[in-house]
Design a protein around this ligand. Structure first.
Ligand SMILES: C[S@@+](CC[C@H](N)C(=O)[O-])C[C@H]1O[C@@H](n2cnc3c(N)ncnc32)[C@H](O)[C@@H]1O
Length: 298
């Protein structure tokens, strides 16, 4: 029984991840100085998802029409897709280690099953945990990992604002970790950023923690003079404005931040941006190429 339902756009995200991971290990396996390179899926999910069809119409059609008709409509569309852990396990040249972190117990059980399935060929660690604590303690500050000779790609694929800036800053400080991340600007963040720009202290604190700075407010709500003094008005294209600002912060923390691919839902709504933060120029060039197909932000 599948553990998770995703929209059809998840395939776009996973195809781009697949391309980047393939390029990464193709290069890293030739680096004789490198002790090893790990893939850390911090929001791993169950490893396989059912693709949600529009408002259940496919299911209804399946009842009303013959199987043949349904198959024809469904042609070229797979009902299930492999999630990011399986994508990473299946690349041509594997990582030295795979770490799958997931909070939800049933999904952890699925990941443990995956671990057994690949036990002969892949080194896999599965952890049920909040990823932020794990990333700091067991990855960034783990005394057994020498970041002078180890490398890692961390995939951050949250539904919402579960990754505070402090986690990204710590990952960037290693100068050895790259982060392929989902910046959930359309999904989670915009819902909090109301037009009027009025926030409670608690709301502000949540956003400050996420962005690692209070400056998001000035980016989104510039003060405009008017007849009666001044007022704050939310900028047009606020998602893009926020992305540009956040990317600059990633550039400072990691060295480079790639172009960002905009992932939309089937109605055209903005869901999130995908981008890479990396200390390596080569990583940037590859990610720019992979993420610039389709709609991007420079
Ligand atoms: C968008 S899904 C991940 C999908 C997966 N990356 C893929 O592409 O197949 C997000 C997952 O993160 C898990 N999750 C949510 N908060 C978490 C946290 N703080 N630490 C670790 N996992 C978390 C959820 O249970 C969910 O399975």
């Amino acid at each position: 029984m599948p553990e998770s339902l995703v929209g059809p756009w998840a395939k776009d995200k996973l195809d781009r991840l697949d391309k980047y991971l393939n390029a990464y290990t193709t290069i890293m396996r030739k680096q004789s100085w490198c002790s090893g390179f790990a893939y850390v899926d911090a929001f791993a999910g169950p490893g396989r998802h059912e693709v949600r069809h529009k408002e259940g119409t496919q299911r209804l059609q399946n009842l009303l029409f013959s199987v043949a008709t349904f198959s024809q409509q469904d042609e070229g569309q797979s009902k299930f897709i492999e999630g990011s852990p399986r994508i990473a396990l299946e690349i041509k040249f594997p990582f030295s280690w795979y770490v799958f972190i997931e909070k939800h117990p049933a999904r952890v059980a699925d990941l443990q099953y995956l671990q057994k399935e690949y036990r002969e060929t892949r080194n896999i660690v599965v952890r049920q945990s909040d990823c932020n604590g794990y990333l700091l303690e067991k990855l960034v500050h783990n005394p057994k990992i020498d970041w002078a000779s180890w490398r890692a790609v961390v995939f951050l694929d949250p539904f919402g604002m579960q990754v505070p800036w402090s986690t990204l800053a710590a990952l960037g400080q290693t100068k050895a970790i790259e982060v392929f991340l989902n910046f959930p600007v359309g999904m989670a963040i915009q819902r909090l950023l109301l037009r009027a720009g009025q926030f409670t202290a608690k709301q502000r604190e949540k956003l400050d923690t996420y962005f690692g700075s209070p400056d998001w407010y000035d980016v989104l709500y510039p003060v405009k003079p008017n007849l009666f003094g001044a007022s704050t008005v939310k900028v047009e294209e606020s998602g893009q404005a926020l992305l540009n600002w956040y990317r600059k912060r990633l550039q400072k923390a990691f060295g480079h931040a790639s172009k960002a691919a905009l992932i939309r839902n089937t109605k055209g709504g903005h869901l999130y941006y995908l981008l890479l933060a990396t200390p390596k120029k080569k990583g940037l060039e590859i990610a720019d190429d992979i993420l610039s197909a389709g709609e991007t932000a420079e």
